[in-house]
Write a protein that binds this ligand. Structure first.
Ligand code: C5P
Length: 409
């Protein structure tokens, strides 16, 4: 969440049950290094008190446009000038209706309309009953607010406070903070289409057994999330892992290396970048039994014969589009020793412009890693950091190396 460090966020609460989630969002924002100034409408005060929000943000809360704490008694001007972004969470049906009409009859809406529109982004996290959300007036109002420059975060789907189920829930605080951080991330991969593999593969022996490895998929998922935040369209082909899909990323779940190859081949035609982080099994059982192999008590053990799996990365790197420079391929290597030598040799063997080495398997499943980037001009270390942070750094390094890099930030 480095993007949020030092940012000044005005967190606006309009009236809705989801105000209870805003307390947690406020906490997450301050933990990420942002300063948070809370502004609440009168309706929001029915759901949560300013005391709670003051305690969590460390700043007194503004609830009225008349406030003599401000020398000029113009909090709507002062607060909106200081902000790096205004986040309205929850954004009620009534509040967006006001935004769409440009009404300004209390501090929060007054501040939104008074903000310097080019410099202070407005992010809206809708929260309401599903019928209210689906109502044409609400849809029209959010469309109008978006046309006027607001960014809509969500909505979530699921069980609602009223007992109904459907669209209209406010996104969870963890999702919102991811979206807010992504909003600030430099869009160095704008216009790029990334296809990435992650996690282990599972090679069946029979219906209940198989061969796999300890890859958790965390590094690949972190890269997918960072690339999405950097503006890329991301398709993630995931082996069997227990990780949530990064927001806005298209995920395709597979089990075996052959399924992973099929999924990659089905999507690589549209990609401009291919990153292979998956720990693909080198071999699979020559045939998988249809039924569970039974122990017959004789003490005999089944003999397993193996065949080699296709090398997905090498196959893609040999393709015409990769050879013509239309598809930039990145490989990974987990090595137990002599990382630089092995990574350098592997880059050539796989035929890719960039090979990322890490010391494995010690880092498998961990939250931290350290990377060694090897390309034709030499190597560069990305020192030990969280996989999330390394994903972000790798995306920046990748953007610099792309033949058609679009570095907007
Ligand atoms: O040869 P090795 O498995 O060490 O190569 C690692 C790199 O190749 C990784 O990028 C991995 O995702 C990719 N790979 C692959 N298909 C395989 C084996 C490895 O795409 N069958």
């Amino acid at each position: 969440m480095q993007e949020l460090a030092g940012k000044h966020i005005v967190l606006g609460l309009s009236g809705g049950v989801a105000c209870y989630k805003s307390a947690h969002l406020c906490r997450l924002l301050t933990k990420a290094g942002a300063t948070v100034q809370v502004v609440m409408t009168e309706a929001a005060e029915q759901f949560i008190t300013p005391v709670t929000m003051q305690a969590l943000s460390g700043r007194t809360v503004y609830t009225s446009q008349w406030d003599d704490r401000e020398g000029n008694n113009m909090p709507h001007i002062n607060l909106s000038r200081e902000a790096d972004a205004i986040v309205i969470a929850p954004c009620s049906a009534d509040f967006v209706a006001k935004l769409a009409q440009g009404r300004a009859d209390e501090l929060l809406s007054l501040m939104c309309i008074a903000r310097p529109i080019e410099r202070v982004p407005l992010l809206l996290a809708p929260a309401m009953n599903r019928e209210m959300w689906a109502h044409p007036a609400t849809q029209r109002n959010f469309a109008q607010a978006a046309a006027d420059g607001a960014h809509v975060l969500g909505v979530g789907v699921g069980e609602q406070a009223c007992g109904e189920t459907g669209d209209g829930r406010m996104l969870e605080p963890e999702e919102l903070i991811e979206d807010i951080a992504a909003f600030f991330a430099p869009k160095v991969l704008a216009g790029q289409k990334l296809l990435i593999t992650a996690g282990p593969t599972f090679e069946a022996i029979d219906p209940v057994r198989g061969i796999t490895n300890l890859s958790s998929g965390k590094m690949g998922f972190a890269i997918a999330a960072a690339a999405k935040a950097a503006g890329a369209e991301v398709t993630l082909v995931a082996g069997p892992v227990h990780l949530p899909t990064p927001r806005g990323v298209q995920r395709i779940d597979v089990k075996s290396a052959l399924q992973m190859l099929d999924a990659v081949q089905a999507h690589v035609g549209h990609a401009s970048i291919f990153i292979a982080t998956a720990a693909v099994a080198d071999w699979r059982p020559a045939s998988a039994a249809d039924q569970k192999i039974k122990k017959d008590g004789s003490g005999e053990v089944p003999a397993l014969a193996f065949v080699e799996n296709p090398d997905i990365l090498a196959t893609v790197a040999k393709s015409e589009r990769a050879q013509r420079g239309e598809l930039y391929c990145v490989g990974f290597a987990a090595e137990s020793h002599d990382l630089l030598q092995h990574a350098t040799a592997k880059r050539v063997r796989k035929g890719v412009p960039l090979l990322v080495g890490n010391i494995g398997p010690a880092t498998f499943g961990q939250d931290d890693n350290a990377l060694l980037l090897v390309d034709a001009s030499g190597h560069r270390e990305l020192p030990r950091a969280s996989k999330t942070e390394l994903g972000r750094q790798l995306v920046a390094e990748l953007a610099r190396r792309l033949p058609t890099a679009q570095t907007k930030a």
